[in-house]
Design a protein around this ligand. Structure first.
Ligand SMILES: C[S@@+](CC[C@H](N)C(=O)[O-])C[C@H]1O[C@@H](n2cnc3c(N)ncnc32)[C@H](O)[C@@H]1O
Length: 464
């Protein structure tokens, strides 16, 4: 019986439409490497369709392979022009501009976007993108001119109105920024960035009434916003009765501010010449502690744990406590035995006679009245003579019924005599204070106070 040789199976290639759908699905799922690999494989058997090249170009941009992305998108645009497919050509040129932008090739991005804007005078997206690239490339005047024209053309476009406000801020035209941002808020009263920038613009104008009005209006719109509530109290602190002044920043305020701040905290403090690590080192030296790893230590308001490495050599047990879970997350690998997410006074009250040193850097500036936290720290320290070290911002006022002041920054500053009296009242002695620069703020040095005090009646524990 004659045998038939089995026919050699030839791999069937998917048809072009099916292949394009597969590519689009992969791109929508963010599988950009897979898109590029599939296109490379497909090219071995023949050219890609225009649509496939388009998706390939977008994927290459996402993978930051900008030269290949630009070559691919340019070739796709050329083929599109030849096929006289105007809609697809516009979409490809748009993605080409994004690729140039991502590659920081701003001149070429501006060229493409200017052409797109001229060819599509009713399409707001190209105008917006052009303004954005002009701004990003530092051509602020050109961006402003474009933006002013675009706002005239599309007066109800919130995005453009905000771009105008943002640009007016960038060129430090504060009055114009106030006008532009006020329009944004008429169009969209919940525009959080416009609200924030409006407050800043009034601040730069030194228009305190404007700041207060902007915050009041914001709070009316968003009554649960604890950040705005606190900043409004801070803004109005001069006119508030003492009883109406918050005794400390609310838990919600601290949590929200620092959860937002956590990711960039370390970087930002570096740029502000944050002196706390150096100050803590000198306060520890002043105490004469030895780095023999024998103390139970609390880092009170430990934040991202910038003091962890410094305290570790002195500690048999090092605990960090903070209200912000976001900040604590960053402190994970900085030498703490445990990190507790808790309000500081509550935590201290729940841990009596536990710590032989409490350090609190740049944290009690969120407390106005220091009595509760000093009493709680006293109770939580173990052994007479156990030290408490902390920093505060200095309030240069003389006398008066209140020893602290809530600043427009939302932080408190304190009078030296008030702090000393409070520490004494709460059972501390051997109190010393040194004045020092804490960090910079808006280019100016912030004057701080470094306090060292000991639980009184001490038989002082000092290392060798
Ligand atoms: C400016 S950061 C300083 C962090 C750290 N000590 C440092 O020097 O890098 C202030 C920290 O205090 C925390 N904080 C403020 N008030 C607090 C409170 N009542 N209870 C617990 N943590 C508080 C904040 O969450 C924030 O992480």
């Amino acid at each position: 019986m004659a045998t038939r040789r089995p026919a050699r199976r030839r791999k069937r290639r998917p048809n072009a439409a099916q292949f394009e759908q597969e590519l689009i699905a992969l791109a929508q799922q963010g599988q950009f490497s897979e898109v590029v690999a599939a296109c490379e494989k497909h090219r071995r058997h023949g050219p890609l369709s225009v649509l496939a090249m388009h998706v390939d170009g977008v994927a290459l941009t996402q993978l930051e392979r900008f030269d290949s992305a630009i070559d691919t998108l340019r070739a796709a645009a050329k083929r599109c022009d030849a096929e006289k497919n105007a809609a697809q050509a516009t979409a490809i040129q748009n993605d080409l501009s994004k690729s140039f932008y991502a590659a920081k090739r701003y001149g070429e991005a501006i060229e493409v976007l200017t052409r797109l804007r001229d060819q599509n005078p009713d399409e707001v997206t190209f105008a917006r993108n052009l303004i954005l690239v002009l701004e990003e490339s530092g051509q602020l005047d050109a961006a402003l001119t474009e933006c002013q024209a675009a706002v005239k053309r599309w007066p109800d476009d919130v995005h453009l109105a905000f771009q105008l406000g943002d640009l007016q801020m960038a060129v430090e035209s504060w009055h114009e920024a106030v006008d532009a941002l006020s329009i944004v808020l008429k169009l969209d009263p919940d525009h959080q960035s416009a609200r924030r920038k409006l407050v800043t613009a009034y601040r730069r104008l030194d228009d305190q009434a404007g700041v207060a009005a902007a915050l009041r209006d914001w709070l009316q719109r968003d009554p649960d916003n604890s950040i705005v509530r606190h900043l409004l109290s801070a803004q109005e602190s001069e006119s508030l009765e003492v009883e109406a002044l918050p005794a400390r920043a609310s838990d919600d305020y601290v949590r929200e501010v620092f959860d937002q701040f956590a990711e960039t905290f370390d970087e930002q403090l570096k740029s502000l010449d944050y002196a706390a690590p150096r100050l803590l080192r000198s306060m520890i030296a002043e105490l004469g502690l030895s780095a023999d790893g024998s103390l139970s230590i609390l880092d009170a308001g430990c934040g991202t744990g910038l003091m962890g490495d410094l305290l570790r050599p002195f500690a048999s047990r090092l605990v960090g406590v903070d209200l912000s879970a976001g900040m604590l997350q960053r402190a994970g690998d900085r030498g703490y035995d445990s990190l507790e997410c808790s309000e500081l006074v509550a935590y201290l009250n729940e841990h009596p006679d536990e710590f032989e040193l409490i350090a609190s850097m740049d944290t009690l500036i969120y407390f106005g009245d220091l009595a509760a936290v000093c009493l709680a720290a006293h109770q939580s320290l173990r052994g007479e003579g156990a030290p408490l070290v902390f920093t505060l911002e200095k309030w240069d006022a003389s006398g008066g019924s209140v020893g602290y002041h809530l600043n427009p920054s939302g932080r408190y500053s304190h009078r030296v005599d008030y702090v000393r009296e409070t520490l004494e009242r709460c059972g501390f002695s051997e109190i010393s204070v040194k004045e020092s620069v804490l960090r910079k703020e808006a280019g100016k040095e912030v004057s701080g106070l470094c306090w060292v005090a000991r639980k009184s009646g001490s038989s002082v524990r000092r290392g060798g």
